[in-house]
Design a protein around this ligand. Structure first.
Ligand code: SF4
Length: 457
């Protein structure tokens, strides 16, 4: 009983978070930066923040995460961090030779009001940024928003290099949002099958799920290149997957370069993937290729074969808004009902959207943005569920309440596979359902009486 002090009675809290369902903005900014080829993320703040953000990503991806820091001490904290940042930019380009440095702020540099546009201008004017190299940046104060906000801010920050030549390049920008490297690979595969030329950004495939080659590479092969990012202003359109992670960048391209955008849900599950494939198909002006139709058919087949085990199962979901919205739609479409849904990221529109998606629910539904796992646990104590889907921190609730758990989201610290196997698209949907089904059936095998213990389903 690791969370034995969680009471069943719920008291409204506004100024206290217990077991947060989020982490801080720079973690998201750092993850997004790693999706740019040859990029070294730089944390403009003290060393402790940078060490924490790196370790959060290292523990999830099981890869070393390189990042630099402005290493604030008392002097920088009082007088500002400009001197530290200028020195850092010079050192990084001299020693590590990245193509681009992606600077994000921390609580400390935001609180003292460091002006990143002015500082990066100064770095350029004083010749600290070599020709052909780039410094991009994003403000990521962690006392507002969450890691999702930081991710979104850095994705928009990448577009500082975007240009418009006045001539369209025939490509579509796809902003995948915070999904796993394997998901980014899967999105590229689907686009290639349909025949749509894309620029995917950020793209962490090949960076955080690369092979062991026996050779250390400071900057792996993967990632969107600066050349590709420059071309985003000449694209024929943008598909942003997820309102929270990707919409700001898509709207920026629309307003600055007249690149029309569509905001879609992340393609988790049947319906969201249908919309994504349909958007691609429409852009390409082609029919859906047989290979993709085949994968869709397999997912539909699995849903109908196993429907009896999904039917009216109650689920608790915790994670990031874009993911939870798509997952809620997926679960309701197979007659599983998310009844407790928490995201740590603020934004009341999340609650509205989930309420709409769960309108036909046979059970009362609790949903909270800017919520925490303590509240989720209390809801579960009052109305138990058949499954929890969320990150590794859910395991404490799952253990205490004896509920099966499927690990999903960020961070996953105690399992592997999320780097390698996608959960987006139809194939990803099959994998996700396999995990859900296995969790439910393992529990059934454990709990069934001897008389009803079955060899065959
Ligand atoms: S001080 Fe702010 S930026 Fe640094 S680790 Fe804490 S929340 Fe994150």
């Amino acid at each position: 009983m690791l969370l034995r002090h969680t009471p069943k009675e719920i008291t409204e809290r506004s100024a206290l978070s217990i077991n947060p369902a989020k982490t801080c903005q720079p973690v998201g900014a750092m993850y997004a930066s790693l999706g740019v080829h040859g990029c070294l993320p730089h944390s403009h703040g003290s060393q402790g923040c940078c060490a924490y953000h790196r370790s959060a990503l290292t523990r999830h991806y099981k890869e070393p995460i390189s990042a630099a820091t402005s290493s604030f001490t008392e002097g920088a904290s009082v007088f500002g961090g400009q001197a530290n940042l200028l020195q850092a930019i010079e050192n990084i380009f001299t020693v590590y030779e990245p193509e681009v440095i992606a600077v994000h702020t921390t609580c400390l540099s935001e609180t003292i009001g460091d002006d990143l546009p002015q500082m990066t201008d100064k770095a350029r004017e004083s010749g600290k940024i070599p020709d052909g190299k780039h410094v991009i940046f994003a403000n990521t104060p962690s006392y507002v928003g969450s890691h999702v906000t930081g991710f979104s801010n850095m994705v928009k920050g990448m577009l500082r290099v975007a240009e418009s030549t006045g001539k369209k390049n025939g490509k579509v920008n796809i902003i995948p949002g915070w999904v796993e490297p394997a998901d980014m690979e899967e999105i590229k595969r689907l686009c290639a099958l349909i025949g749509v030329a894309i620029t995917l950004f950020p793209d962490t495939s090949g960076v955080l799920n690369g092979p062991m080659s026996g050779q250390y590479k400071m900057f792996p092969e993967g990632g969107v290149t600066i050349r590709e990012l420059k071309g985003t202003g000449d694209a024929i359109g943008t598909l942003a997957l997820g309102d929270w992670c990707s919409a700001d960048a898509a709207r920026y391209l629309d307003s600055q370069f007249k690149v029309p955008c569509r905001i879609l849900e992340m393609p988790f599950g049947l319906k969201a993937t249908d919309r994504f494939i349909d958007a691609l198909r429409t852009i390409a002006g082609v029919s859906v290729p047989e290979e993709i139709a085949h994968e869709r058919g397999q997912l539909v087949d699995l849903i109908s074969d196993m429907h009896q085990y999904f039917y009216h199962k109650k689920v608790a979901l915790v994670g990031d808004p874009d993911q939870l919205i798509a997952l809620t739609e997926f679960f309701t479409s197979i007659d599983m009902w998310p009844i407790h849904i928490v995201t740590g990221t603020p934004g009341k529109r999340f609650e509205k959207k989930i309420k709409k998606l769960t309108e036909g629910s046979p059970f009362p539904v609790n949903v909270r943005s800017a919520g925490d796992m303590f509240l989720l646990h209390q809801w579960i104590k009052n109305e138990p569920v058949d499954l929890i889907l969320g990150n590794t921190y859910c395991k404490y609730i799952a253990r205490d309440e004896d509920i099966p758990q499927v690990r999903f989201g960020f961070p996953i610290l105690d399992r592997v596979g999320h780097q390698y196997f996608p959960t987006v698209g139809y194939k990803g949907g099959i994998r996700l359902l396999e995990k859900v089904l296995n969790a439910l059936l393992d529990r059934k095998d454990r709990d069934d009486s001897e008389q009803s213990f079955e060899l065959v389903l």
